[in-house]
Design a protein around this ligand. Structure first.
Ligand code: SME
Length: 160
């Protein structure tokens, strides 16, 4: 229905600008958080190569609960501070993990995952969700990816 994919060889900062614009357009005026997260998970999957999981965990009371995603079925509840997602949520900071096998407490939802990027979505100073990207490629994500997904989190802050 929509094709938002960037042209091949688009530099990352420009590709992430396009991703943020697409996410903004897809979620504008839509108050349903689940619908918005579902479309953005699909957008991430379409946009970014070499992923095996892309989606959301929402902070519900004092734990993370699985939200809309693309990929294989995943762990449903993650305590704050546990795994990469729990670390991002409890610290309120992006976690860029080049090799998940060397991350203490990493939660292996899919054995093929080698690297991971988790970015908190922060609304009025509080973490409300995390965006989780997993890749079967070691060191798939770099600082440009982290900054791009942080910009996406800022777009989504009031839409999820
Ligand atoms: N690996 C994550 C758990 C979520 S799944 O990868 C979808 C973690 O350690 O937080």
């Amino acid at each position: 229905m929509f094709d938002f994919r960037p042209a091949p060889d688009t530099p990352k900062p420009e590709a992430y600008r396009q991703l943020c614009d697409a996410a903004d357009a897809l979620t504008a005026g839509e108050p349903d958080a689940v619908a918005n997260m579902a479309n953005v998970a699909a957008l991430l999957w379409d946009f970014l190569p070499d992923l095996n999981w892309a989606g959301f965990y929402r902070l519900v009371e004092d734990e993370l609960v699985l939200g809309p995603f693309v990929g294989r079925p995943a762990c449903i509840r993650i305590p704050l501070g546990k795994g990469v997602c729990g670390a991002a949520a409890s610290a309120g900071r992006t976690q860029l993990v080049e090799d998940v096998h060397s991350f203490p407490g990493h939660i292996a939802c899919d054995a093929v995952t080698r690297s991971e990027l988790v970015v908190p979505v922060i609304r009025e100073g509080a973490v409300v969700a995390v965006i989780d990207l997993d890749s079967p490629v070691a060191a798939r994500f770099d600082q440009a990816d982290a900054e791009g997904i942080e910009a996406l989190a800022a777009v989504l802050e009031k839409r999820i």
